[in-house]
Design a protein around this ligand. Structure first.
Ligand SMILES: N[C@@H](CCC(=O)N[C@@H](CS)C(=O)NCC(=O)O)C(=O)O
Length: 203
């Protein structure tokens, strides 16, 4: 059985939990508390030298890291990943966008404020996250002006990848009210079959 090394508040981990739920794939969940340094123990570093979750054990001692790579692995033969090269490449485009232009700003701000509770301490660093974070939201909002989903007008792992940290962006101080297309899209994602919210602990 697949084993997911996971931390419930993590948006990167949530991408994988949400996809596994929607694929109906059973798995074992191993809680790794990043706030207690559990990703940096010798035992965990032997599994993922990069010291981060999510981490998927696809067979005994065969590990895959990086949330978006894990989503690709799980979704490869499913309706959540288009097969034709043009749409497949667009899914990659949005997943790379998420990791380079979105997550470093929106997720990091949430981590400092909501998970660490250190808004005051990180005030200057947080200020630097605002402009690029809002720029990413603007790009998403524009794209969604004429589409229901990010690629090929079908729900895909591109949507899951972007949903994970966008829907909790206000926890990092990013207000979404000025982005009506994003708000409608968030509702649309929340009504997909098999949807679970980020707090849901799979049994
Ligand atoms: N690019 C990676 C980022 C993974 C990541 O940053 N994981 C964080 C939690 S969201 C983590 O494990 N932090 C613990 C640490 O750095 O020790 C992905 O998409 O999976």
């Amino acid at each position: 059985m697949l084993k997911l090394y996971d931390f419930i508040p993590s948006g990167n981990s949530y991408k994988v939990r949400l996809l596994l739920s929607q694929l109906g794939i059973p798995y074992e969940r191993v809680d790794v508390d990043i706030l207690k340094g559990e990703t940096r123990t010798p035992a965990f570093l032997a599994k993922n030298p990069n010291g981060r979750i999510p981490l998927l054990e696809i067979a005994p001692q065969i590990y895959l890291s990086e949330s978006n790579a894990i989503m690709y692995y799980l979704a490869r033969d499913s309706v959540f990943l288009p097969r034709d090269p043009w749409h497949f490449a667009q899914v990659l485009q949005w997943l790379f966008f998420e990791q380079y232009s979105h997550e470093p700003y929106i997720a990091t701000a949430r981590y400092w404020i909501a998970l660490l509770g250190r808004e005051r301490e990180y005030r200057d660093e947080l200020a630097k996250k605002r402009e690029p974070g809002y720029a990413a939201l603007k790009v998403m909002n524009q794209h969604l002006a004429t589409r229901d989903f990010f690629v090929a007008d079908r729900y895909s792992i591109a949507d899951i990848g972007l949903y994970a940290y966008t829907h909790v962006a206000p926890e990092g101080g990013f207000e979404l009210d000025a982005f009506p297309n994003i708000l409608t899209w968030l509702d649309r994602i929340g009504s997909q079959p098999g949807y679970i919210d980020i707090h849901h602990i799979p049994t």
